[in-house]
Design a protein around this ligand. Structure first.
Ligand code: KG4
Ligand code: ZN
Length: 398
């Protein structure tokens, strides 16, 4: 089976093609293609994602990106517009044009879509995410599924981050691969711009994961805290990588902060998180120093280091606690913040200490991508009959 993945929940427009099979009773997959268009530069001046701008950019990008993806798989030139295409376009005009004008217009002007490619199902992120952005991907997926008469599989974005970390390789045109083994009970720590969640996974029948959220943030997500802290010290959006870079420079140059930031909820017995106080502490630290002049590069470096240390200590302590409480045999880390080197090293130390396996996403798919959506969809084709709606009906992060 070949499945097309579509991801538009936030500020990445992403498409992927994944081939799957069952061989000797084992699920295997092969990455055919995975394209990600980041809108980060577009949102950077606003210091965060601007939903209507994100929607418009998704609308403009989806059809051309699909064209490129299919071109690389075979010839999409000189395809005459079919009668079915013309008829359906008229239906879509009535149904979708008002809400998704740019998307509809580029769809209408693309007769290459008349030709059904070798695609057996379409998986699309239905949530959680930014509503206008989600609807763009869902509408596109609906149009394609009706045009090509293939089933549509709604996918929970956070579930995508869980299964994405089980891929051994994300290299397109790669080899057939089985997923990483996941001894249960397992844990997933999902750390992104919108979520901070500890999830217990009690079943690892691949097409029927059983999730329960055992810890989550009470306010800001950890990625959001990185982005807000970065903004406070004048770094561009998304702030995570910038903070991390400055922190690394501070360590290299042996610069440390005189100001100690809090480690929020580190001593609490539960597995919940809170990051808004950390952001506020950064704000006060900056204000205090600014009383005697503009903040220096050295101060920024020191504070970035202290911030990264505070986040690492907080997440690591909760991960340890959750490992002990659940008796986890393996841990999955997912979400954009998992690109952070300090965090990766700390999580690896914890896994070594407890003698359990750690599954980190490969760098290309630590942030939002469509490969994880195609994979989650392929593992969960049972949900095709469900009515699709933005924000989803499943449990993770909704
Ligand atoms: O999963 P993701 O791509 O999008 C959401 O679903 O939110 O995560 C994006 C978040 C942003 O907050 C970004 O600053 C953060 O991931 N991030 C990082 C790093 N790279 C991305 N945070 C810390 N260190 C990094 N290296
Ligand atoms: Zn994400």
């Amino acid at each position: 089976m070949i499945i097309l993945g579509i991801e538009t929940s936030c500020d990445e427009t992403a498409l992927a093609l994944l081939e799957t099979r069952i061989r000797d009773g084992v699920f295997e997959c092969k990455v055919i293609a995975s394209e990600i268009h980041s809108q980060a530069d577009l949102h950077s001046p606003y210091g965060g994602v601007f939903p209507t701008l994100a929607k418009r950019e998704h609308e403009k990008k989806l059809v051309p990106m699909l064209k490129e993806l299919l071109e690389n798989q075979g010839d999409t030139d000189n395809i005459a517009q079919s009668e079915t295409f013309s008829l359906l376009v008229e239906e879509f005009r009535v149904e979708f044009r008002d809400q998704n004008t740019d998307l509809f217009d580029s769809f209408e002007q693309s007769p290459f879509l008349s030709h059904k490619p070798q695609i057996d199902a379409i998986a699309v992120t239905e949530g959680p995410g930014l509503e206008p952005a989600l609807w763009t991907g869902i509408t596109f997926a609906k149009m394609l599924s009706r045009l090509w008469e293939v089933p549509l599989v709604p996918v929970n974005h956070m579930e995508g981050h869980v299964v994405g970390s089980l891929l051994n390789s994300d290299i397109p045109e790669g080899e057939w691969q089985a997923l990483k083994p996941l001894p249960t009970p397992a844990l997933a720590l999902l750390i992104s711009g919108g979520h901070t969640e500890l999830v217990s996974i009690t079943h690892s029948n691949l097409s029927n994961f059983k999730y329960s959220i055992i810890g989550q943030t009470k306010d800001d997500a950890v990625g959001e805290a990185f982005d807000k802290a970065a903004r406070l010290i004048g770094l561009p959006y998304p702030g995570g990588p910038h903070i991390s870079k400055l922190a690394a420079q501070a360590r290299e140059q042996n610069i440390s902060s005189e100001i100690k930031l809090p480690r929020p909820m580190i001593a609490s017995k539960d597995l919940d998180f809170s990051f808004s106080g950390l952001k506020t502490a950064v704000l006060y630290a900056v204000r205090e120093v600014e009383k005697s002049g503009p903040i220096t590069e050295e101060f920024k470096m020191a504070l970035a280091r202290e911030f990264e240390d505070a986040v690492t200590e907080t997440l690591s302590t909760k991960l340890k606690k959750a490992t002990e409480q659940t008796g986890a045999q393996s841990v999955i880390i997912g979400g954009g913040v998992s690109a952070n080197t300090m965090l990766r090293e700390s999580f690896q130390r914890i896994a070594n200490e407890y003698g359990i396996s750690l599954h980190l996403p490969s760098p290309h798919i630590s942030g939002d991508n469509a490969l994880m959506i195609a994979l989650a969809g392929a593992l969960d084709t049972s949900s095709t009959t469900r009515e699709i709606r933005a924000q989803g009906t499943k449990k993770l992060g909704v």
